[in-house]
Design a protein around this ligand. Structure first.
Ligand SMILES: C=CC1=C(C)c2cc3[nH]c(cc4nc(cc5[nH]c(cc1n2)c(C)c5CCC(=O)O)C(CCC(=O)O)=C4C)c(C)c3C=C
Ligand SMILES: [Fe+2]
Length: 429
């Protein structure tokens, strides 16, 4: 049942727990949600919460769900959602550990529950057992929920012989300052949505459903620019102010599928899947902010304002690593991030970067605890993240302004068909 229909039904039945709180000014939930059922209530409120603005801020008539609210990503398919779709405005990354005694059967039951819930939430429906009301009047808001398995999952479930070779631990890098409590984990969940309540609600339901089977190990919350916030939709910016994501592989590239998704037959449980490398990378923003604009641009190799490479052109102009300036020096410096990270400098290594920014307040030294929840997708981490990070570790001008604080590598199985669940081919194969 769609969330708005459920709210209306709850109100008819006089179920105060199921109906969301009053929108202010004595307007009923029926009024807020209208009688259009699935039409929902996005666009009813003009900025902020209804409680804060009162009845004046609430339109008299219900409006159909506007763009942001109505966008839905299918849960079922060849690949899991949350890989090729643009990163949403709000993200939660979380890892769970199986509880002592939770075996393969318990893990399978959990993945079945999680998959069913994710499928319902992603189409904007309210799961039957959800009485929270948190996302009752919202549309799907481009929600995606993605599940992965960490290396330790296979030992805990007696499946060590089916653990893929690509799940070997990542090598240590000199720039690592990793916190093991915020790294790794048996199960990994990535949630993204263009509405904060929808994203929270999905995480909360999954965490409740984990019950006695799995316990939250760590959680990180991130964000990106809200759709529609900028007049010109373009590649997003990170907290250093750079346009970030320009030279990502594109689905139209001839080698995209091969570089990002695992090939294989239907029996292979990782067929259609991908490997996610997750790094919590704190930005040393106080030091960064002291650099002049020109030096900041030379550290990256691109212009801040429009993302154009220092070799010339616009954001989408291919980077020319051989271009020299009038004084004979390289237009893109030898230690510029885009030079060191480029496939041309790494025997063709490629990954799809799909990151969220994070800000967890300020540290005791006054510096922002902020940076990038870096998520890189590839069909093989040894042909993607690992060689590139090795190179960056040695010669990247940006690394002086970064601290890698947490890390994880997860096998993300392919998508599933209706009636199936993610990971079924592994857990029942
Ligand atoms: C190991 C892989 C990478 C890490 C870790 C990484 C961290 C990181 N990057 C930025 C900012 C930018 N990165 C950009 C490009 C870029 N970065 C990587 C890889 C890693 N980055 C690659 C493969 C590329 C593309 C290189 C190319 O082919 O041109 C850019 C430029 C714009 C773009 O193409 O996306 C920026 C800006 C930060 C801030 C960061 C850690 C916090
Ligand atoms: Fe980068």
């Amino acid at each position: 049942m769609l969330r708005a229909e459920k709210a209306e039904k709850a109100e008819k039945a006089g179920n105060a727990a199921e109906a969301a709180p009053e929108g202010g000014g004595g307007l009923s939930r029926r009024r807020l949600l209208g009688t259009a059922g699935a039409a929902g209530a996005a666009g009813l409120l003009v900025g902020g919460t209804a409680g804060a603005f009162g009845a004046e801020a609430v339109r008299k008539e219900p409006a159909p769900l506007a763009g942001v609210g109505s966008a839905a990503v299918p849960f079922h398919g060849e690949h899991q959602a949350g890989i090729v779709q643009p990163a949403q405005a709000h993200g939660h990354l979380a890892a769970f550990d199986l509880a002592p005694g939770a075996d393969r059967r318990a893990a399978a039951a959990l993945l079945r529950r999680w998959s069913a819930t994710a499928a319902e939430l992603m189409e904007g429906a309210a799961p039957r057992d959800d009485t929270s009301g948190v996302a009752l009047d919202a549309g799907p808001c481009s929600l995606t929920v993605t599940f992965g398995f960490g290396r330790t999952f296979f030992d805990r479930t007696g499946l060590a012989d089916r653990r893929p070779a690509a799940l070997e631990p990542l090598p240590a890098f000199t720039a690592d300052a990793l916190d093991p409590r915020r790294s790794d984990g048996d199960l990994w969940v990535q949630i993204g949505a263009d509405d904060a309540l929808v994203a929270f609600h999905a995480l909360r339901l999954l965490q409740k459903q984990a019950g006695d089977t799995a316990r939250l190990r760590w959680q990180m919350n991130g964000f990106n620019r809200t759709p529609g916030a900028a007049a010109q939709p373009r590649t997003g910016r990170n907290l250093m102010g750079q346009i970030d994501g320009t030279n990502n592989p594109k689905p139209s590239d001839p080698d995209f599928a091969e570089r990002i998704f695992v090939a294989g037959s239907g029996n292979d449980w990782m067929a259609g899947g991908s490997y996610a490398v997750v790094r919590r990378i704190r930005m040393l923003l106080d030091s960064w902010d002291h650099l002049s604009l020109e030096r900041q641009e030379r550290v990256i190799g691109r212009r801040k304002a429009d993302g154009a490479p220092l070799s010339g052109g616009t954001e989408t102009t291919p980077v020319d690593l051989n271009k020299v300036g009038p004084d004979g020096s390289l237009a893109i410096p030898g230690d510029a991030h885009v030079r060191v990270a480029a496939p041309a400098s790494n025997r063709g290594a490629k990954m799809l970067r799909r990151a969220f920014s994070y800000h967890d307040g300020y540290r005791e030294d006054g510096a922002p605890d902020a940076g990038l929840l870096f998520v890189a997708w590839q069909s093989d981490p040894m042909q993607g993240f690992v060689p590139v990070q090795r190179k960056l570790d040695r010669g990247d001008g940006l690394s002086r302004f970064l601290s890698h604080e947490a890390s994880g590598l997860y096998a993300v199985p392919g998508g599933c068909a209706p009636g199936e669940y993610v990971g079924q081919r592994l857990l029942e194969g």
